[in-house]
Design a protein around this ligand. Sequence first.
Ligand code: GDP
Length: 202
Amino acid sequence: AQIVQAEFIKSSVRTEDCPSDGLPEFALVGRSNVGKSSLLNSIVRRKKLALTSKKPGKTQCINHFKVNDSWYLVDLPGYGYASAPQELRTDWNKFTKDYFLNRSTLVSVFLLIDASIPAKKIDLEYASWLGQNQVPMTLIFTKCDKRKKKKNGGKRPEENVNEFQELIQDFFETAPPWIMTSGVTNQGRDEMLLHMAQLRNY
Ligand code: GDP
């Protein structure tokens, strides 16, 4: 399940503009600063693939990366930017929601959740929206290498992970699959690749 090749294909603003070759895809989304670029880099082991930028303006598109010529990793706009104007935020919301509901080749949304801090309201809302709309989702917990800190609520990543799952369970008929990762230690990298391979072969 290794990634031997990956290339940027295109940025789209509307679902209709996304690639139309019918290849399966996985979409990564999460709060800004959740560790998405680090995780993408860890998965593909190519520093230049994750062309994500810190600036909200640069990442407001649906970015398609073709992997091994046979499937896509999709980088979606982050949410929860404190600095983005309200108007822009609403707009991202609208088009990412449209993408989640209408992209027929979307195999699973990988919702990134920071495991080094307690559950955030905006993440819980995002997860429950996906659950209520029956969008297939995998929970990807990031920064699992971080040790507990008093200022972060004093909990271990494992505790935050369990708590998050308990808080969203009512919104799902069956609990979504979940993987603990770290872009620093590469924890979860192989598990993610295997998970994607299994989902593609359904
Ligand atoms: P993005 O905004 O979601 O793309 O987040 P980045 O990948 O740029 O990471 C945001 C911050 O979190 C940076 O300071 C990273 O060094 C840090 N970070 C990201 N992933 C990890 C991780 O797995 N472990 C730890 N300890 N820090 C991380």
